[in-house]
Each structure stands twice: as C-alpha cells, then as structure tokens.
Write a protein that binds this ligand. Structure first.
Ligand code: PLP
Length: 375
C-alpha cells in the first residue's frame, strides 16, 4: 500500500507533470513574470467556471478577504458578523482593518454559520456578514442574502474551502458558491480543492463598480500607473501559479468528484457506527469535501488520534481553538460570549485524509482501523 497522506499533492502532480512543465516553460519563455497571458487567461476561465460577473486574481485567500472588506468601504468600528468556528484568516483580517468581529454560532450538523445566530447578532453598527463554506459545504446562502437585504448588509463569502460547490435555491436556480454574495473570496493554497504550487487567491463580484475598486486596491490604489487614488496593497497572482491553475481548473470537477467518491466510501463504512457522526449534506448544498470531518461521541479524541497516527494514518483537528478564544482577539471585549455549539464541535471533530488520490486499499485500511478502535 502507498503511504497515506492527509493531502497527496505529489501523486496528483505526477499525473499532469508534462502539461505543467510545458505551461511553466511557456511563462519563462515569454518573460511575462508579472501579469501577462497566463494570469489573464486564468482570470477569464475562472470567471466562466464560477459564473461570476468579474473575477480578480490576487496573491492569496487572506488578501482576498482583506481587499473585499476594503473595497466595501468598511470603517473602524463597523461590525462584521462571522462564525468563530473557521480558519483564522476569515476573522484575522477583520481585526487587521480595525473592524469589530462579531462571532456567532454555527449549525451543529453542517458546521456553517447559523442564520438565526446572524439575526440575533445584528446591531445598528453591523455592516457585513462573512459566511464560510466550511470543509466544502455551503452556508445557507439564500437565507443569508435575505437577511442582508432586510438589514442592508454586505455579504462576503469565504469560499476558500468550497470552490466548485453548487448551491441550489428554492426556485431551483443553481449557482456556484463564491458567486452569490456581494463579494466572494477564494484561495489556491496547495492543499485547497483547486490548489496551486504556491500561494494564490481570487475575488469574485457581480458589481462592475466594485470590481474596479477591487482591482485598484489590489494594485496600490491605482488605475493609471503612478496615480494612486486610494490606499491599497500589492496583491498579485503569480504568473507561474496562474499557468498551473489554468491546467488544474480544467480538472477541478473531476478532482471534486474523486473527493466525493472517497467521502462516500467513508460515510458508508461508518454508517452503522454509534460513536461516529458522518458529515451532513443539506439539500441546498453540494459537498466538495475539502475536509472529511467526523464527530466523535463518548471517546477520547486524543487517543484515537494517536492510535491512527501510530498506524500511519494522518489525521487533523480543524480547528482546536475557535476564533473567539484566540489570544489574537484578547483586545476585544466580547462580554460573556457563549458559543456552546462551537465549543462542542471544537472538542469533538477530527478530520481524516481526503484528497483526489486515495485508492480503495487505503480507504479500506483507514476505515477498518477507525472502526477497530472501539467495537
Ligand atoms: C485557506 C483559507 C483561507 C486563506 O487562504 P490563504 O490563501 O492561505 O491566505 C481563508 N479562509 C479559509 C476558510 C481557508 O480555509
């Protein structure tokens, strides 16, 4: 059996090695190391794939979120509602821009932000909601957009973990996550579902004026070179990464399918097991399994984790500390904020290897080992 990895980017790469070499060589030969054809082509292809009005590639997913908040003109003191149960990048940029993070609860089944919790957290200072499509499952976007409309709020989707995920509205309309909110953000970090071989990110919007502003902010606040209209930053998708992503975007649906097949194998194997809750999939969302995360009931997670590691089965806790308990936010006064569902999930989640290259032998080995831990 091949060694099991949490994410096997190497085996995936070897299957497209020749194409990648050729595409990277073309960038080197063109000497267009910043911007150029590869970045432009990828922006266009990704825009078509997501079904967005405008797509602006940038340097990484964290920048995408920061630029989105800057483009919406959010000011210090404005409140931004986000889940606490997420990767730190979502909420870090809120604090970085001196906005006020308002952490709310997630749904205990989908792990995504709860619309009821959003409603309860809205104040006159609320300006934006940042739903996170955690682990590859969409947040309940239809209801979130409705709340945003009622209260005149902006919605920034953190789509870093769910690129390629379809959201189905009650009228049957299907849209890709990232194209639904006022702005969508994504990341091409190597382990993401559409991963580069370095950093990368992109910003989506259907609003032309906003797209112009996003482009400007990502480029030192300039539309015309050396005339800087506003404070921006320097956030560019690298040309070599764009060339790689152009190849991988064509395979994204196939990659997500492979993740779904591996996930289905796990879910079937664990279906009769009383101490494992397998990932829920809501009727409005596809699941693209950026992570395959189970919930444990009544057993020691650390013991299971060490037991699996000893058998050569990597496993991870995403995320051991919720955002609202991070020292980073010690300067904020959250009152006596209680997020019991978030705390409960934080203590019980464990993620198993999931990627495009898992074979049946590996999956059988992993599921047998997990089930044998406790009969
Ligand atoms: C990966 C990730 C990001 C940040 O992406 P980077 O490209 O690493 O900056 C943001 N939000 C979530 C939920 C992520 O998983």
């Amino acid at each position: 059996m091949r060694a099991i990895q949490m994410v096997d980017t190497k085996t995936q790469y070897l299957k497209i090695k020749d194409q990648v070499t050729e595409a990277m060589q073309a960038v080197l030969d063109s000497a267009a190391y910043i911007g150029g054809k590869a970045v432009q082509d990828f922006g266009v292809a990704l825009n078509t794939y997501i079904g967005s009005g405008y797509t602006i590639p940038c340097a990484n997913g964290t920048d995408a979120l920061q630029i989105a908040m800057m483009a919406l003109g959010l000011q210090p003191g404005d409140e931004v509602i986000t889940p606490s149960f997420t990767y730190i990048a979502t909420t870090e940029v809120v604090a970085l821009l001196r906005l006020t993070p308002v952490f709310v609860e997630v749904d205990k089944d989908t792990f995504c932000i709860s619309p009821e919790a959003i409603r309860a957290a809205i104040t006159p200072k609320t300006k934006a909601i940042v739903p996170v499509h955690l682990y590859g499952h969409s947040a309940p976007m239809e209801e979130i957009m409705q709340i945003a409309k009622e209260h005149n709020l902006f919605v920034i989707e953190d789509n870093a973990q769910a690129i390629g995920c379809d959201y189905t509205f009650t009228d049957g309309t299907v849209k890709k996550t990232g194209s639904i909110g006022h702005i969508g953000c994504t990341s091409f970090y190597p382990s993401k579902n559409l991963g580069a071989y370095g950093d990368g990110g992109a910003i989506f919007t259907n609003d032309e004026a906003l797209a112009e502003k996003i482009k400007m902010i990502a480029n030192h606040g300039q539309k015309v070179r050396y005339y800087h209209e506003m404070v921006g930053c320097n956030s560019r998708l690298d040309a070599l990464q764009a060339a790689i992503l152009n190849i991988k975007l064509k395979k994204l649906d196939e990659y997500n399918k492979a993740r779904q097949i591996a996930a289905a194998f796990y879910t079937k194997a664990f279906s009769g097991c009383g101490w494992i809750t397998t990932p829920a999939v809501a009727d409005y969302s596809m699941h693209v399994y950026h992570q395959y995360t189970i919930l444990l009931d009544g057993l020691d997670r650390d013991e299971l984790s060490s037991y699996l590691s000893a058998k050569g089965i990597p496993n991870m806790i995403y995320y051991p500390v919720p955002s609202h308990k991070q020292k980073m936010f010690a300067g904020f006064d959250f009152g006596d904020l209680q997020l019991p569902v978030t705390d409960w999930l934080t203590e019980r989640v464990i993620s198993l290897p999931i990627h495009t290259e898992l074979d049946e032998e590996q999956l059988t080995f992993i599921t047998s080992a997990v089930l044998n831990f406790k009969n």
